[in-house]
Design a protein around this ligand. Structure first.
Ligand code: G3P
Ligand code: CA
Length: 299
């Protein structure tokens, strides 16, 4: 039965979505690109961190496919530039932890940008996680996008390099606003926004240091009005923060037209606390468990 309250809630939701779409410069007569729909969503999003990295090697095609199968709204990945300027999907700047580079090349701490894409793709990026993933390769960003965008939306995190190469790939593949792009480097976000103002961007925080080089105290790491005002200046539409958020900070973000996504949340108890605060998305290593947590709340 439709009650007066539920209609009122629906109107409020519709108004909120309308306002959000308005701030995103959307035209109601054109189909809404997926990234814009997700950013305007009134239900909390589940975002698979490095794919479904609890059950498959992070940042690989099997991990991305499992996150999609488990119902992730977005699938997160990290990229660097190879020596020959290709964008390659890997989290660490060094190859030791998630590949067999140390054994293959008899050297520790080899950096991603010192090897060509072909060399990087000759590595085994699966055995370290489980022998059944032996031979799994480091994907190029283009390969990861081809896999994820078939039915999903990619949350691209830039770990190194300028925005131009990523923008070129997104333009060539007609993926502007079919994905979301984020970085801890707010200068990168600012530059990306200047070069491609339509693309939805996320500012990751808290930053490692203040612009003057000072380290952040625990208090400084809390999301607050000051950080939010800085995020607004970058052109980002999403603030992607650690669990150092509060109900008040989420409200302040919403008042500024920003969405709040929180990383990396695997425990239902923590997810529930954050959802009670009104966060808009949870980045998780365990997509299925966070999906179940939302389902149990009727979300
Ligand atoms: O998406 C948020 C999260 O990925 C940021 O941290 O170190 O896992 O890239 P990290
Ligand atoms: Ca990441």
């Amino acid at each position: 039965m439709t009650t007066k309250t539920s209609w009122s809630r629906r109107w409020k939701t519709a108004l909120a979505i309308g306002l959000t779409l308005g701030t995103l410069n959307m035209n109601a007569s054109e189909p809404t690109p997926p990234a814009l729909k997700l950013v305007a969503s009134q239900r909390p999003l589940v975002i698979g961190h490095r794919g479904y990295c609890q059950i498959a090697p992070e940042n690989t095609l099997p991990s991305f496919k499992l996150a999609l199968t488990a119902g992730a709204d977005l699938v997160e990945l990290d990229y660097y530039h190879s020596r020959d300027g290709k964008l390659v999907v890997i989290h660490d700047g060094e190859l030791d932890r998630t590949t067999d580079a140390t054994n293959r090349w008899h050297q520790k701490k080899i950096r991603v940008e010192t090897k060509t894409a072909a060399e990087l793709q000759s590595l085994d990026a699966g055995s370290w996680f489980d022998p059944k993933y032996a031979g799994t390769r480091i994907p190029l960003l283009t390969e990861a996008l081809d896999a994820i965008q078939q039915g999903g939306v990619t949350l691209i995190e830039r770990k190194g390099g300028p925005p131009a190469d990523c923008i070129q790939i997104l333009r060539e593949k007609h993926l502007i606003n079919q994905v979301v792009v984020q970085s801890f480097d707010w200068e990168y976000i600012r530059a990306f926004h200047e070069q491609e103002p339509e693309q939805v961007l996320g500012a990751l925080g808290p930053p490692g240091r203040f612009p003057d080089g000072r380290k952040l105290s625990d208090d400084d790491k809390q999301l607050n009005a000051r950080w939010l005002d800085e995020v607004l200046k970058t052109g980002a539409k999403v603030v992607v923060w650690s669990d150092k958020v509060s109900r008040e900070a989420v409200q302040l973000a919403h008042q500024r037209g920003l969405r709040v996504w929180v990383y990396t949340i695997d425990a239902p108890s923590q997810a529930n606390k954050l959802l009670d605060m009104g966060v808009d998305g949870l980045i998780t290593n365990n997509t299925s468990l966070i999906r179940k947590t939302l389902a149990l709340r009727g979300q």
